[in-house]
Design a protein around this ligand. Structure first.
Ligand code: PHE
Ligand code: ZN
Length: 877
């Protein structure tokens, strides 16, 4: 078998033919669905006449083919592995094809498949070619007219994009509905759903007076889990009108929940399809985090209607054009509806852990990659989250007003088109008059830039000199990097006044909170009229996705944590302080020296707990120690055991020193109020639950009793899950097992709750975790063909249980490799994602490196999907 070959951005050409209108008829059957396609095709004006027509197609059984009504002879076309070529076609013509496909056998969940008996589609990025022969590329945009024929009893509901225009009965107990989508779209935005679904309906009137019907379609037992998604959708629609001037453009907007889905959700035109985990919530089944995630994803998919659908990507290299922008839009929406500083803290904590790791590993790639083997592997944190950070920097650079003007220009100029990242940034440059040439490097250079900073206060001249030096490490295929344009928001906090000092740079007064621009490799900034010695507060709000090193004394960090005017940097100072203490303890653990807690950390925490000046949501974040994964990210070589021991030691030391404070905070934030996912309630719960985690960490009797009570009170899933997790992760087996049993029996019928039940068990930091994973893989609620289950069990174990995944006997690695090998056949996209932890072998000691590489080699010896092949090759390169 030939090795999969990469495709390159530099090879882009417009398609030889475009499709102006697409008519589809689906006659549904689990093992033999018939798809008739009538494509209205014309030659692309920029391409020569006489080129063959090449259509993509995979796993399709061709039954008929005709051009302008004339069936083609066998010598007039050729079927290949990846599609179909018609050797000679007219300038403009009608192509009719009929194919047969088998949705019930589709475990890859790309194309048309079945989930719990219902039919649904997933076409992004290249799934449509598993439905019919088509130019499956985003720069071919057509209007669609789709007829779905199904069994009137089994599939009473037949949905597709746009508006329903006709329906009727057919012989043999069948019926049909025809849908028309008037907006030209690439085929990756096509969708079809058919099944026995129930709906919740609502409506809104847009700013210009269009009445829009909103529907959420679910299985009957989930009808009581749609309120929050519906409310979120309505908020998102309003927000996009108010903030971006964008209105919805059809009479109907539908969301469908499906159990088997590779990703979070999909923005198909007028018919968003959601992983049920990304849409269903109920106070008793979903945590606060899940409620917030649902709100964010519902908004994200809705926002794509403009940033993605009305204006789409020319080719898949431009994926971040729609994803980075849309993530930025959903982040701002969530910040506006919740606690903005906490939203930013959560984003950055996640980003610096997961995206930094990706950018430092063998699969590192630019936000706009220049080649790939399998586009499915590029739905990454880099494309999404780093892409969003770039758009955020752009917005901050040009200012909101110019950004909004640029955005209007972008949507107006490119409406109905498939465009590039240059087109987007070009609009921002025009709207602001700024030169963004150097800034564009953010899109082409992979790797996390590092900034080494130092500064001195000059008493005699009342000046502060800040020196910044940037470098971006080499990444695969990119040995040398150019300096980037890095916006750094900063303040100088006076050590006496404890206030932000006025900033004067090169004679210009900048206020007390300003942005400086690091564009050269090294730059010096001299602030004058600095009346007292300051501590610099750098990279406020995480103004650029970089690692910033500054030689802070621990006292300085404690000072910033207490006095910085920027909430984000107050949190970050605390994290930095904790990291320094953790470094010492990691070293102590490795050297077999007795661990001693840094009293400055204890005092900083005491200050937080006693002042309680902060908003509760921020305080809860400040009291949360950096995760083991984030600590690992900071270490030159990851020692999972030392990290776990050090973090546990810090946590327990704080709990012992501040037990009464934690207890007081817990009690002060108990509430009997009926559950609501409002920011104030969420803040209160977070604070209470952080306090509880400290109390249980030392197995304090009062703390254990409170956790048990909270579990038994069964007030809402946030509290129940936290209590259960603390009990299960404690070493009190006598408490863990009964609680797990009660919970597992109670929720056996609810797949989304069972996912949580799986995750809680396999993330417990005790030596039986791996056996539990194996045992639970045979549990009736587990299934390897359901991505949520795979993530809840295998993904949670490998990603959130470092001490057990990295067992020195290699059993954790073996389990992962076995699963990847099996999933490679069933669902290549999920298999390729799951393998990630093994690709990070270079971060570990030699013994583990060897074990991890051996498992990668074992995977490589299999017949691999392009997805897994690409990742494994990079990991072993
Ligand atoms: N485009 C989807 C989103 O960003 C993600 C997705 C990609 C879903 C590929 C399915 C398949 O919301
Ligand atoms: Zn998206």
């Amino acid at each position: 078998m030939s090795e999969p070959q990469p495709i390159h951005l530099s090879d882009y050409r417009p398609p030889a033919y475009r499709v102006t209108h697409t008519e589809l008829t689906f006659d549904l059957a689990p093992s033999a669905t018939r798809v008739k396609a009538r494509l209205h095709v014309e030659r692309h004006p920029e391409r020569q006449a006489g080129e063959p027509l090449m259509l993509d197609g995979e796993q399709l059984a061709l039954k008929a083919i005709a051009i302008d009504g004339q069936p083609l002879g066998e010598d007039e076309y050729a079927l290949t592995e990846g599609g179909l070529t018609v050797h000679r076609v007219p300038e403009a013509f009608r192509l009719d094809t009929e194919v047969e496909i088998a949705p019930e056998a589709n475990t890859a969940l790309e194309g048309l498949y079945q989930s719990n008996g219902m039919y649904c589609t997933q076409c992004e990025a290249e799934g449509f070619r598993r439905i019919t022969f088509y130019p499956d590329r985003p720069d071919v945009m057509a209007t669609f007219s789709t007829t779905v024929i199904g069994d009137a009893e089994r599939e009473p509901v037949l949905l597709s994009n746009g508006n329903p225009v006709e329906r009727g009965e057919l012989p043999g107990g069948r019926h049909f509905v025809t849908w028309e989508d008037p907006y030209p779209k690439p085929c990756y935005l096509f969708a079809l759903v058919a099944g026995d679904l129930k709906k919740v309906e609502d409506s809104v009137t847009t700013r210009s007076g269009r009445d829009v019907t909103l529907q959420i379609w679910v299985e009957e037992e989930n009808l009581d889990k749609t309120d929050h998604a519906m409310a979120s959708l309505k908020r998102a629609m309003r927000w996009d009108e108010k903030t971006y001037g964008r209105e919805y453009d059809l009479d109907l907007f539908m969301i469908v929940a499906v159990n088997d889905f590779n990703m979070g959700a999909m923005e198909n035109k007028g018919l968003n399809i959601f992983n049920s985990a990304a849409v269903l919530t109920h106070p008793h089944t979903a945590t606060d985090a899940a409620f917030q995630r649902v709100e964010g994803i519902v908004a994200h998919e809705y926002f794509h209607n403009w940033s993605g659908n009305r204006v789409t990507c020319r080719d898949w290299f431009q994926l971040s054009l729609k994803e980075g922008f849309t993530v930025f839009r959903d982040q701002c929406f969530s910040a506006d509806t919740n606690s903005a500083p906490v939203k930013r803290i959560e984003e950055v904590a996640f980003f610096r852990t997961a995206q930094f790791a990706e950018d430092a590993g063998p699969t590192a790639h630019p936000v706009r990659p220049d080649h790939y083997i399998e586009i499915g592997n590029f739905y990454t944190l880099t494309i999404y989250e780093k892409g969003a950070e770039i758009v955020r920097m752009l917005c901050n650079l040009v200012g909101w007003e110019a950004f909004r003007r640029g955005s209007d220009r972008y949507f107006e100029r490119f409406d109905g088109q498939a465009v590039t990242i240059e087109d987007f940034v070009g609009c921002m440059a025009e709207a602001s008059g700024l030169d963004l040439t150097q800034f564009m490097r953010w899109y082409s250079q992979a790797g996390t830039p590092e900034i080494d900073a130092h500064g001195e206060y000059d008493y005699a001249n009342a000046a502060y000199r800040l020196v910044l030096r940037q470098r971006t490490p080499a990444t695969p295929g990119q040995p040398d990097k150019q300096p980037l344009h890095i916006p750094i928001r900063l303040g100088l906090v006076g050590t006496k006044s404890r206030r932000d000092l006025a900033l004067t740079l090169d004679g210009e007064a900048l206020g007390s909170d300003a942005v400086i621009h690091l564009c050269d490799e090294e730059q010096e900034f001299l602030f004058t009229d600095v009346s007292e010695a300051p501590v610099p507060s750098l990279l406020r709000g995480f103004s650029a996705p970089v690692k910033l090193h500054f030689p802070y004394a621990r006292e300085d960090l404690a000072f910033l944590q207490a006095h910085d005017s920027d909430g984000f940097n107050r949190w970050d100072a605390g994290q930095r302080l904790a990291l320094l203490a953790l470094d010492d303890l990691i070293a102590a653990h490795r050297n077999g020296v007795e661990k001693v807690m840094d009293p400055r950390v204890v005092e900083a925490f005491r200050g937080l707990l006693t002042l309680e000046a902060d908003d509760k949501a921020v305080l809860a974040e400040m009291l949360t120690l950096p995760s083991e994964a984030y600590i690992a990210e900071q270490q030159p070589l990851v020692d999972v055991d030392a990290i776990h021991a050090a973090r546990t030691f810090v946590k327990q030391s704080l709990a012992m020193a501040l037990r009464d404070d934690f207890l007081r905070v817990f009690e002060a934030n108990q509430s009997e109020a009926p559950y609501s996912p409002e920011p104030e309630q969420i803040a209160t719960r977070s604070l209470k639950n952080v306090a509880l985690s400290y109390l249980v960490s030392i197995e304090d009797e009062a703390g254990i009793a409170l956790a048990r009570e909270q579990f038994e009170a069964d007030h809402n899933m946030t509290d129940v899950r936290q209590a259960l997790t603390l009990l299960v992760h404690s070493s009190r087996e006598d408490l863990a097992d009964p609680a797990l049993r009660v919970f597992g029996e109670k929720w056996a019928h609810d797949p989304l709750v069972m996912d949580q039940w799986f995750s809680i068990q396999v993330t417990r930091p005790h030596s039986d975790a791996l056996d539990r994973v194996k045992f639970l893989m045979d549990h009736p609620a587990f299934s390897l063909t359901n991505p949520n289950k795979v993530r809840a069990l295998i993904g949670a174990f490998t990603g959130q249980n470092p001490v057990n995944f990295h067992r020195l006997d290699g059993e954790g690695y073996r389990l992962l490799a076995d699963t990847v090998i099996e999933l490679n056949r069933l669902n290549p996209e999920i298999a390729a994602r799951l393998v990630t932890p093994l690709t990070r072998w270079a971060r570990f000691d030699e013994t583990r490196q060897a074990l991890m590489k051996a498992e990668l080699e074992r995977i490589r010896a299999e017949t691999l999907s392009p997805n897994v092949y690409e990742v494994v090759e990079k990991a072993l390169a």
